[in-house]
Design a protein around this ligand. Structure first.
Ligand SMILES: Cc1cc2nc3c(=O)[nH]c(=O)nc-3n(C[C@H](O)[C@H](O)[C@H](O)COP(=O)(O)OP(=O)(O)OC[C@H]3O[C@@H](n4cnc5c(N)ncnc54)[C@H](O)[C@@H]3O)c2cc1C
Length: 487
């Protein structure tokens, strides 16, 4: 894109990219700045609109996946809402708080430029990160819209990036020479393309076909169940080669207690579900899945379909294509007409594709994680915030609380620590994640999310103990409503 083309620039103090759960939460909390929300698609909701199948349901109880000031209708209903119910809830929230007026739909950000004064760029030697609003633009953003052939340009003092870790860019494995997609005679489809099909199209794709689903997380499980319901399915349960590692939590006491609880739950699951029968019992402890937000709620029909022989399992760490299907490292072959790839998404690539240098290279540290202070501020990227990059058992609650914190920080109600201190803090969190799970790259804070929230509350000047009496504090679980605004 030429940097010299004449362009009209629309300015606003705060820009938000993305209108999923995180972008809508940010728009609500920063609404006093009348932010411009740039959303690539024609609707809000992100993954719940564009990455979901007919069978996709929330895996978090609805009273935890809830905005603190906007209860779900029937919040005590213990069933898990479908992706359509989540979209309805989000739409109703956005309408109630009148934030849809900030959203510019069909507006894809294709480039971000740094236009701040050189010395505003955070530098470890400089010490301070500085205020989020400086009175002059720091970022210019190029936007491709559906109704113009040229880009629209915006300038912002603060840019909040909420483009999501999932969706948009599929992660597809690399294959050995002559064993890639081109040799396969059947049809290959990534889960993101499958999610665009309606019921009739999925039936047509799967009916009467031998289907292999590659993957082992939630999307693979849902896809296998959908295939089995239409047809004869076959799930390739693929797990990367893993080595046993040590697993200790930060504090010895909580570690022991946590291990005992984890072992108990693991034993219960192994007793309750036919994991051993189907070779599905993971080699790593249950607690590592919890610590990396990789728990999946099974669709009701998953094991009943497996028991009928409609889902079969193959556990493999390496696989590739042959003309008639998939081949594995043990030289066995699986015949398939259709291969569905539930192999995930490349969120880092998505982010790098719009960030300019040097920030694009700084985005993850040597461990491959974004060193985000409070899960939101990258100490080396000025006047930019990130929401939706750390995960927890309820990503909605995590996003809302961090957007509240961000809003107060933007208002100048408190100051950030020095750049060095923020990096140190993010580094310590990374160490905890590394000690609790080998899957730390998921950047999940589930094992210390209450502690994370306590620190955020304290920094905002709120009480960290959110219940009104010690008995409730000690014996009742925390949920989103405990973090409601207090007058
Ligand atoms: C199948 C599935 C099941 C899940 N289940 C749960 C669950 O049970 N509980 C839970 O807590 N979490 C769950 N998650 C995690 C989920 O990602 C979060 O809960 C949350 O919805 C993420 O919201 P987000 O706004 O951060 O990102 P997204 O939902 O990905 O939204 C990002 C938005 O940014 C837009 N965008 C992207 N690039 C650009 C661009 N360049 N310009 C403009 N706009 C752009 C996208 O169009 C999208 O609307 C699940 C995720 C998936 C994929």
């Amino acid at each position: 894109m030429s940097s010299h083309q004449a362009r009209q620039i629309q300015s606003s103090r705060v820009g938000i990219i993305g209108a999923g759960i995180s972008g809508i939460a940010a728009a609500k909390q920063l609404s006093h700045y009348a932010p411009v929300v740039l959303e690539a698609t024609g609707s809000i909701g992100g993954v719940w609109k564009h990455c979901s199948f007919r069978s996709t349901k929330l895996q978090t109880p609805r009273c935890d996946f809830e905005f603190s000031d906007y209860p779900w209708p029937e919040r005590d209903n213990s069933s898990f809402p479908t992706h359509l119910e989540i979209l309805d809830y989000l739409h109703s929230y956005a309408t109630h708080f009148d934030v849809l007026k900030y959203v510019k739909f069909n507006s894809r950000v294709v480039e971000i430029r740094y236009v701040g004064p050189y010395d505003i760029s955070p530098d470890i030697n400089k010490g301070e990160y500085g205020a989020l609003l400086t009175g002059h633009p720091i970022w210019e953003v190029a936007v491709a819209t559906s109704d113009s052939k040229t880009f629209e340009w915006y300038a912002f003092e603060l840019l909040v990036v909420c483009i999501g870790k999932y969706g948009d860019i599929p992660k597809v494995p690399n294959f050995p020479p002559n064993k890639g997609e081109q040799v396969f005679m059947g049809k290959i489809m990534h889960s993101i393309d499958y999610s665009k099909l309606d019921q009739e199209a999925t039936r047509k794709l799967l009916k009467g076909k031998k289907v292999a689903v590659v993957g082992y997380r939630k999307s693979a499980i849902d896809l296998a169940t959908e295939c089995a319901e239409v047809n004869q399915g076959s799930l390739n349960f693929s797990i990367k080669g893993l080595t046993k590692g040590c697993s200790e939590t930060f504090f010895a006491f909580s570690s022991l207690l946590w291990k005992a609880v984890s072992k108990f739950i693991e034993s219960y699951l192994v007793w309750k579900l036919p994991l051993v029968k189907y070779g599905l019992k993971p080699e790593h402890p249950f607690e590592e899945d919890y610590a990396s937000c990789q728990m999946a709620i099974l669709p009701e029909n998953f094991f009943p379909e497996a028991n009928k022989g409609k889902i079969q399992f193959k556990r493999a760490s390496k696989w590739w294509f042959w003309s008639g299907g998939l081949e594995f490292e043990d030289k066995t072959r699986l015949e398939a007409d259709v291969v569905l790839l539930a192999t995930g998404f490349d969120g880092e690539k998505k982010l790098r594709s719009i960030l300019p240098e040097p920030f694009s290279s700084l985005i993850v540290d040597s461990s491959g994680l974004m060193p985000l202070y409070r899960g939101t501020i990258h100490p080396l990227i000025p006047n930019m915030a990130f929401v939706g990059y750390i995960e927890s058992v309820s990503n909605l609650h995590t996003a809302e609380l961090r957007c509240r914190w961000l809003s107060r920080l933007t208002d100048g109600l408190f100051k950030l620590p020095s750049i060095e201190k923020m990096r140190e803090h993010a580094g310590k969190e990374l160490e905890v994640m590394k000690k609790t799970t080998r899957f730390f790259k998921k950047h999940c804070i589930s094992t210390f999310s209450i502690n994370h929230s306590d620190e955020i509350c304290t920094e905002m000047g709120w009480k960290a103990w959110r219940k009104n009496n010690w008995f409730l504090e000690a014996f009742t679980p925390y949920n989103s409503q405990d973090y409601a605004e207090q007058n």
